[in-house]
Design a protein around this ligand. Structure first.
Ligand code: GLV
Ligand code: MN
Length: 213
């Protein structure tokens, strides 16, 4: 049997230098007319220890919203020191009963740990199988790349989950917002057919997201 090369199993490409602190101000500046995939580096002579520090995840997020949850992103846009390093982290705060709604990350696998509370975590595979578990402090769950998933606080206290990604900018497509709050609107005839409901139901859901988000 012929030997085959192992498949590539990484997300973002490996860096070609020690660090490349993102110069976010230059993101939209194509170089010689070519758009950049990622961000250019700030000059190394201007880099200091503070470029490698991010305090954003130390702060509890405000969960006073219809979902009862808050995601604080620690990606390259918030923490430019991550540029080219192929990883990032988020903080998810969940009020009792709060839900981080079904969403997926087009560019990363997600590995998460419950720091506080009792959290139902689940994902649905491309074979339409639902995998889930209720996790407590210290337990981890992995969401394979691209799978739609959620976290729901099923305990009586506040919940806290820290998520990590093998991408500096995993991206997130939030299912209810993508379907019902996209701009311009997804046509009602697409949604009524897809969900097999009357137009009034689609309008009602759209109005809820238009008011709340
Ligand atoms: C949680 O699912 C997150 O995307 O941080
Ligand atoms: Mn996620």
């Amino acid at each position: 049997m012929a030997l085959q090369a192992p498949p590539a199993l990484y997300a973002d490409p490996d860096p070609l230098q020690d660090f490349c602190i993102a110069d976010l101000a230059m993101t939209s500046t194509p170089i010689n007319g070519f758009p950049l995939n990622g961000f250019p580096c700030k000059p190394a002579s201007n880099v200091t220890a503070s470029d490698f520090i991010f305090n954003g995840l130390a702060v509890e997020g405000n969960t006073t919203n219809p979902f009862g949850s808050n995601v604080t992103a620690g990606n390259v846009l918030a923490f430019p020191g991550l540029n080219t390093l192929g990883l990032s982290m988020n903080r998810i705060d969940l009020a009792p009963g709060g839900l981080n709604p079904p969403h997926h990350h087009p560019r990363a696998t997600e590995l998460e740990i419950v720091v506080k509370g009792e959290v139902l975590i689940g994902f649905i595979s491309s074979g339409n199988v639902y995998f889930s578990s209720v996790l407590k402090e210290g337990q981890m769950f992995v969401i394979p790349r691209g799978m739609i998933h959620f976290q729901m606080n099923v305990g009586k206290e506040k919940g806290l989950v820290i998520t990590t990604f093998n991408s500096q900018l995993p991206g997130a497509v939030v299912a209810p917002l993508a379907l019902f709050a996209a701009k311009p609107d997804v046509p009602n005839e697409v949604l009524t057919k897809a969900l097999q409901v009357d137009e009034g139901v689609v309008q009602l859901i759209k109005s809820k997201f238009a008011a709340a988000f």
